[in-house]
Design a binder for this molecule. Structure first.
Ligand code: MBD
Ligand code: FE
Length: 285
């Protein structure tokens, strides 16, 4: 069993490379969207920062070769999406959402898949018979910044199972396990039935795991639900929501937790498990 789990974890990072390539190809290949002057400016700045570190910290040939070997391995293991989304995306997201008045968002991470099965406003997420975990009802409303309910808003949600595995990135799970698209009712309301996710460790068997253990870091993210919320004429929000009391809310390896993204779940009076309420407010486009 342990060997099987190890193989799954190692695959998760690698599959993210193939998925990313596919999505970029579907988008018509977004290369060439950054103009020459900007590439010159940014690439020069990156190269200079690296050179400054070498000179300031007197980096040795052993250290330089360790870096070279590691960078080669990141590509071989297919872990560039994992590396970038864990250690860089949070800053990109910060810049991209600076202007927003509506709900806070956070990073997408490497495991989003578009076009998850559509469900009614109060549908149950695709899951296995006997899916492990504690049931969770997640409900709320999608509104515009002026308070208007956004009837028919789309909520895409995806999350890991109780062992920390995402469908389509770890083998052995049904294609759309714990992934769905809900269409809000005419008042923008939704009621999502799922399982409460568990804390999550990023794959430790590949290059990212090698860096984490070489640096004496940890690989944990707090338990989280991923979302994309959209409505015509409004800016799409990519978000994650978290659970109070998680041991990794304060030291998420991906630096993606914000206080505004904390749920306040309560025991469900009508059924097993928990209920959590949360509203999403979308900016106009
Ligand atoms: C995840 O599940 C995740 O959400 C992020 C941001 C990085 C790695 C794995
Ligand atoms: Fe995640």
């Amino acid at each position: 069993f342990h060997a099987e789990v190890t193989a799954k974890a190692a695959d998760s990072g690698a599959n993210a490379s193939a998925q990313f390539r596919e999505r970029m190809a579907d988008a018509g290949g977004r290369s060439g969207v950054v103009d020459t002057a900007r590439v010159d400016f940014l690439a020069s700045k990156v190269v200079k920062s690296l050179n400054d570190i070498v000179l300031e910290e007197k980096v040795s040939y052993d250290e330089y070769n360790a870096l070279k070997a590691w960078l080669i391995k990141v590509g071989e293991d297919g872990e560039w999406p994992l590396f970038l989304d864990v250690w860089l995306e949070h800053s990109v997201e910060e810049v991209a959402s600076e202007h927003r008045e509506g709900s806070k968002g956070t990073i997408e991470g490497p495991y989003y898949i578009p076009n998850a099965p559509e469900l009614p406003w109060n549908g149950t997420i695709p899951m296995r018979d006997g899916e492990p975990g504690t049931p969770l009802v997640f409900q709320g409303q999608v509104r515009a910044v002026d308070g208007r309910p956004l009837g028919g808003a789309r909520l895409e949600m995806w999350h890991a199972d109780d062992l920390g595995f995402y469908s389509q990135f770890a083998p052995g799970l049904p294609e759309w396990n714990l992934r769905g698209t809900w269409i809000a009712d005419d008042q923008g309301r939704f009621e999502i039935h799922t399982m409460r996710p568990a804390p999550y460790q990023i794959p430790t068997e590949g290059a990212c795991g090698q860096l984490i253990s070489a640096a004496g870091w940890h690989a944990w993210r707090p338990a989280h639900l991923h979302f994309k919320i959209s409505a015509p004429g409004h800016e799409l929000i990519t978000a994650q929501l978290y659970f109070p009391g998680d041991p990794h809310n304060d030291d998420d390896i991906a630096s993606a937790v914000k206080p505004e993204l904390m749920l306040d779940p309560r025991e469900n009076p009508d059924a097993d498990g928990f209920i959590a309420d949360y509203d999403f407010v979308l900016d106009p486009e």
